[in-house]
Design a binder for this molecule. Structure first.
Ligand code: GLV
Ligand code: MN
Ligand code: MN
Ligand code: MN
Length: 402
């Protein structure tokens, strides 16, 4: 199962994955999900927002237990971020069937659409739409780098975008959602975690994305005296340094990982440098302080170089505190296995965070020896992945079986 998926959307030159929403690679991932569902006799459905579901039992009965994650990736992403949760969901269900578990609640497996937001700039589009946290109009306005609108991309991939929007009926049928995910840090690999292969999530840091547009004047790189230039790249570069400084001061993180330059010529001073800031902190106040600090610094640099600066907040996700009740239940189920189950916070965003406002939600993290993620070097040991599957099977059994 893992091997079939592992070849989809893989870039030979980097070893990373490019499975962006509503592209052919994404379609191949979806075909894989559908085939896995049908091979197990599960009822395969695609919801109005393009999220994919595989049901055991009838979700209309309600109080369903759902597990899964996403199959899309960041540019040159790793093999595990997302797919580990989906593959583990199928594998855990297989284990339960092998144990001849008696299901008392419907069980759903899910592949949420466009979790990473790599193509349209907004993360967790599928779950946000379902939860009513992304309006139809906003969704219709999302465009990719080539100017293709989200509904057009969905339509080209064979989905009808007319239906997109909040789906309270679907979410109302879910009694618990558990997302298994590779840890995107090294907390479980540290000695303090006592060798635990699997942990539980406590919270997701508040995080957001801001677009900084520095506009100057394009001119000849050979003939324009330095004193005569209005070069937005300078203000941008200084802003990157300021972001690092502000984040360090506050104990937060701030990243400029994507830029667009116009006209993007080696021998031309840029007219526009557009940089996207991703910033996250343990609490809202700290995050506000960091982003305000970066913005104020950018404004000063821009003024000094005669540059116009516009800053737009493109997305924001407030802090998520996963509910105690479900986490404690999972801790009890997993604690019975005699291994420590550390509880960790994370700076990474997840569909589980979006759903947690509407549905009791918990997350399981699988140990990541290096902590590297959003990179082709992302890795988890096979034994740890199997421990994750076993933990998820126990959780599903504890929640959904007699
Ligand atoms: C998604 O994985 C994010 O946290 O950016
Ligand atoms: Mn990710
Ligand atoms: Mn992920
Ligand atoms: Mn994510």
């Amino acid at each position: 199962m893992w091997r079939e998926l592992a070849v989809i959307g893989r870039e030979d030159s980097t070893g990373g994955y490019r499975r962006h929403a509503w592209t052919p690679a994404d379609a191949d991932c979806r075909d894989w999900f559908r085939a896995q569902a049908l091979a197990r006799g599960l009822d395969h459905r695609v919801d109005r927002n393009g999220n994919q579901w595989a049901w055991l039992g009838d979700p209309a009965e309600g109080d369903a237990v759902v597990t899964g994650s996403h199959l899309d990736s960041v540019p040159d992403g790793g093999a595990f971020d997302g797919p580990l949760g989906v593959v583990s969901a199928f594998a855990a269900l297989d284990q339960l069937r092998d144990r001849q578990a008696r299901f008392t609640r419907p069980v759903g497996l899910v592949n949420f659409g466009d979790e990473e937001g790599a193509r349209f700039g907004l993360a967790c589009v599928g779950s946000r739409l379902a939860a009513g946290r992304l309006g139809r109009e906003q969704a219709f306005a999302l465009r990719d780098q080539d100017g293709i609108a989200l509904p057009t991309a969905m339509e080209r991939a064979g989905y009808d975008p007319e239906a997109i929007g909040a789906d309270p009926e679907l979410l109302g049928r879910i009694g618990a959602f558990v997302e298994l995910h590779i840890e995107q840090g090294r907390a479980l690999a540290l000695p303090e975690s006592g060798g635990a292969r699997v942990g539980l999530a406590s919270a997701i840091w508040p995080h957001g994305r801001w677009r900084f547009d520095f506009r100057g004047e394009a001119n000849h790189a050979g003939t324009t005296r330095l004193a005569d230039r209005r070069d937005p790249m300078l203000s941008y570069a200084e802003t990157v340094l300021a972001a690092r400084r502000e984040a360090e001061l506050a104990g937060a993180v701030a990243t400029f990982g994507k830029i667009a330059v116009e006209p993007n010529g080696v021998n031309a001073i840029p007219s526009l440098v557009r940089g996207w800031l991703d910033s996250r902190a343990a609490d809202q106040r700290t995050l506000d302080t960091v982003v305000t600090g970066i913005q104020e610094a950018a404004e000063q640099y821009a003024t000094r170089h005669g540059i116009r600066l516009d800053v737009v907040r493109e997305s924001f996700t407030p802090v998520v505190e996963f509910g105690d009740a479900l986490r404690e239940e999972l801790a009890r189920i997993l604690g019975d296995r005699g291994e420590p189950v550390p509880v960790l916070g994370t700076g990474a965003g997840h569909d589980a965070g979006i759903l947690s406002e509407s549905v009791p939600t918990a997350m399981l993290f699988v140990r990541n020896p290096t902590g590297v993620s959003h990179s082709p070097a992302e890795w988890a040991e096979e034994d740890d992945c199997l421990a994750g599957v076993a933990a998820l099977a126990d959780v599903l059994e504890g929640l959904a079986c007699a």
